[in-house]
Ligand binder design. Structure first.
Ligand code: GLA
Length: 739
């Protein structure tokens, strides 16, 4: 019942002030509110999620806007709806019924954590729902915890981290899908009746085929810079399931968590099961607005070293593959340094003694230098890098082995393998996955990294790869009765390893790679500085992949390299400028043998690297505004990054199609200050004459309401003409041009 309080102003006037109901739980960030109704002794109700509610709205909410919808539906009682949690009690009872016990709030320096505790009405099981609201960014992380207070085990058959109802209207879903070499593709669809599931069961890498993040556009077909959007990211490295059930009710029901298939979990008496968090954000500024929230939160609180500029690197893979040798590595280091690069990374092929890594069928597990290839060891390479004035990094794949390895010879029991079944191998016909459920194997993996860093104190960077899925579901360490815990325990093991490494080596730069973009998720990124977006470095296809990836991940983490032409994956020939202009929208690097470049190409690359250094702070710490999607197939794609103060911006314009007499739109910019004036400078210029807009000053208002009319192609000598075109424009605020 409404409780009214009377507030006296002076002697005369009496205003009824309604109090926010004691049962209304408000979870707010600077611009978002999640409201729940948690009355002790009853089930949790969802009230609201969206734009921040004022106290006035909150006061009225519970009484007038309540929809009597569950806040976290559990299986077995009260109807046939989809559920978040299902428990089989020790006596076989398959129902659960949780009643609110209390609500607690705890603040730390950066957030406020609300915990709602529930007890089952008949069995000794506690459920806790946690909601962490950040003080400075619009992100609420929520996860569940199930505690078995009894003596006997219970079995969890469903354990979603979070549930969110989204009111029907014209709600559209945006999600990412793909495959190796084609990661980060955007799928956009209206939510219609039935169940939509986005899932992963790879066991190791969870972002090749789909992603554990989604966006819901509430106002119809998604727009980049307008409309209400809810974004959700499950922060987890392993198998997941995101379900959206559109049923007979007024709501779409969104569930996110670990994939429960073949993963029933026996929770022992006294045990606690904690699910990974789901990060939720709301923006009234379209998909890009939600992306900016993810990026800010990511850079500030999740990503390793999210506040530190990334170095420009040369990675050896596409240049020399496994043919690593000291003279060529030294030449590559000199070349990248000459072009202005800051780091060199030696990729696969440097290790193995008894089983040297000549091909991909040997050596994984034996992380000792192949003295035939590198007689003077890695020490000598680091010395060379030092002399040249750049940093040095190397590649490892520490969760894996080849059956052709001393590790496998010694410890065949350390690999993932189902009992009584034949061994199933992966890459090279001999690759196997180590059993991270086993604490000894965890120690071994930590030891690999530990030994390498200790032995080579000059090491700056590690590219951490993972090139196999789980093909052989079984742990040789877990008891047979717990084999259904395997997928979960393996990822707990992985997380323990990452934590230990980060605790000991907080400074080292780590790249997350998994056959390209197989591990681009917010569960892994807290331990890593960046990810390899895809093994596909083709500039045209990268526009699409980087576009999708940018929905949830910031440019600072998105490794994007200029590679050789024809491209190794697509065999497409694209001009160097186009390749550079695409790579410069992420964390720029190079992935080719520089000695194969012409002098002119080197000169261009040096200019591109110098230009990138100018815009690096805007790209890596700025706010993204995606303008025209390549998925719209308008022949162009365009996006921009704008600094926090809106005094600097970088505008990218890429042609994605090439037909005679095509007509392209002029692209209005976004995110600028309408009252500021900006000077336009073209970067990575190749045209014989400057653009007409070069050096000109325009108001933010004009740039955002109209945009710049740019030529469709490049003004270059006839032998240099081709069907590609791209522009990178740097906008800097200038004073003294005020009208
Ligand atoms: C994977 C990675 C590549 C490269 C190779 C090396 O495919 O994604 O970038 O490191 O392994 O074997």
């Amino acid at each position: 019942m409404k409780r009214l309080y009377y507030y006296f102003i002076g002697m005369m006037c009496v205003l009824p002030i309604q109090r926010i109901s004691a049962e209304t739980v408000e979870i707010s960030t600077p611009n978002n509110t999640l409201a729940l109704f948690a009355k002790p002794g009853t089930s949790l109700e969802f009230l609201y999620y969206g734009e921040k509610l004022s106290d006035t709205d909150l006061r009225s909410f519970a009484d007038s806007q309540r929809a009597w919808i569950a806040g976290y539906p559990v299986f077995g009682m009260y109807g046939p709806q989809e559920t978040a949690l299902s428990i089989i009690q020790n006596d076989g009872n398959a129902t659960a019924e949780f009643k609110v016990q209390g609500v607690e709030k705890n603040d730390d320096d950066i957030s406020s954590i609300t915990t709602i505790t529930f007890e089952d009405s008949a069995y000794p099981v506690t459920l806790k729902l946690h909601y962490r609201a950040y003080n400075e960014v619009d992100m609420i992380e929520t996860w569940s915890e199930i505690v078995n207070n009894g003596k006997k085990p219970v079995t969890l058959t469903q354990y979603a981290s979070a549930y969110l109802p989204i009111h029907k209207g014209n709600v559209w879903l945006s999600s990412l899908y793909g495959a190796w070499g084609n990661e980060g593709q955007v799928e956009t669809e209206a939510l219609t009746f039935g169940m939509k599931e986005i899932k992963n069961k790879d066991g190791v890498r969870n972002t090749h085929f789909s992603h554990p993040e989604v966006m819901f556009s509430l106002d119809g077909k998604p727009c980049e810079n307008t409309g209400r959007v809810i974004g959700a990211a499950l922060c987890y490295t392993g198998n997941y399931s995101l379900r959206i059930d559109t049923d007979f009710s007024d709501y779409h029901h969104f569930f996110a968590g670990i994939n429960e298939d073949n993963s029933a979990y026996t929770l022992k008496g006294g045990g606690t099961f904690t699910t990974p968090p789901v990060a939720l954000t709301y923006s009234g500024e379209g998909l890009s607005g939600a992306s900016r929230n993810f990026h800010k939160w990511g850079r500030k609180y999740k990503l390793a070293h999210g506040d530190t500029e990334r170095k420009i690197l040369l990675n050896s893979w596409e240049g020399i593959h496994m043919d690593v040798n000291e003279p060529e590595l030294a030449q590559m280091m000199q070349d990248i340094a000459d072009m202005g690069g800051e780091l060199f990374v030696m990729d696969d092929g440097w290790f193995g003694e008894k089983y040297p890594r000549k091909r991909d069928d040997a050596g994984l597990g034996d992380w000792v230098v192949d003295k035939e290839k590198l007689p003077n060891g890695i020490e000598s390479l680091i010395e060379t890098a030092d002399k040249i004035g750049i940093k040095f990094g190397l590649w490892i794949e520490p969760e894996m082995a080849n059956t052709n390895s001393e590790l496998y010879d010694k410890h065949p029991d350390w690999i993932v393998k189902a009992a009584n079944r034949q061994l199933v191998t992966g890459r090279g016909g001999t690759q196997v996955v180590l059993d991270l459920c086993n604490p000894k194997v965890q120690d071994y993996v930590v030891g690999i990294v530990d030994n390498i860093i200790t032995k080579y104190p000059g090491l700056d960077y590690i590219k951490w790869d993972a090139n196999m899925n789980i093909s052989n579901y079984g742990s040789q360490h877990l008891p047979m009765s717990e084999q259904s815990h395997f997928a979960i325990e393996w990822h707990k093991g992985l997380e323990k390893i990452c934590k230990r490494i980060r605790e000991k080596y907080p400074e080292i730069t780590l790249q997350s790679c998994a056959s390209g973009g197989g591990r681009v998720n917010w569960g892994f990124m807290p331990y890593f500085d960046e990810f390899w977006t895809s093994d596909n470095t083709d500039a045209l296809q990268r526009i699409y992949m980087q576009w999708g990836t940018s929905y949830f991940f910031p440019a600072i983490a998105m490794a994007s390299h200029i590679s050789a032409t024809p491209n190794h994956q697509t065999l497409r020939t694209t001009p160097l400028k186009f390749r550079a202009d695409v790579a410069m929208a992420g964390r720029l690097g190079i992935e080719m043998q520089p000695k194969d470049m012409t002098a002119e190409e080197r000169e261009f690359c040096s200019r591109a690297l110098a230009d990138y250094k100018k815009i690096r702070p805007v790209v890596q710490f700025g706010n993204i505004y995606r303008l025209l999607s390549p998925f719209e197939h308008k022949g162009l794609a365009s996006l921009m990054y704008v600094s926090d103060e809106k005094e600097k911006a970088v505008f990218y314009w890429w042609r994605t199609e090439h037909f005679v007499n095509e007509h392209f739109p002029i692209i209005p910019m976004a995110g600028l200050d309408p009252n500021k004036n900006y000077k336009v400078t073209e970067l990575t210029r190749i045209d014989n004459v400057p653009l007409r807009v070069e050096g000109k000053v325009f108001s933010g208002k004009y740039l955002m309401t109209h945009g710049l009319d740019l030529p469709y192609g490049h003004n270059v000598d006839s032998d240099k003409r081709n069907s590609y075109a791209s522009r990178v424009l740097y906008l800097e605020q200038v004073d003294g041009y005020n009208d």
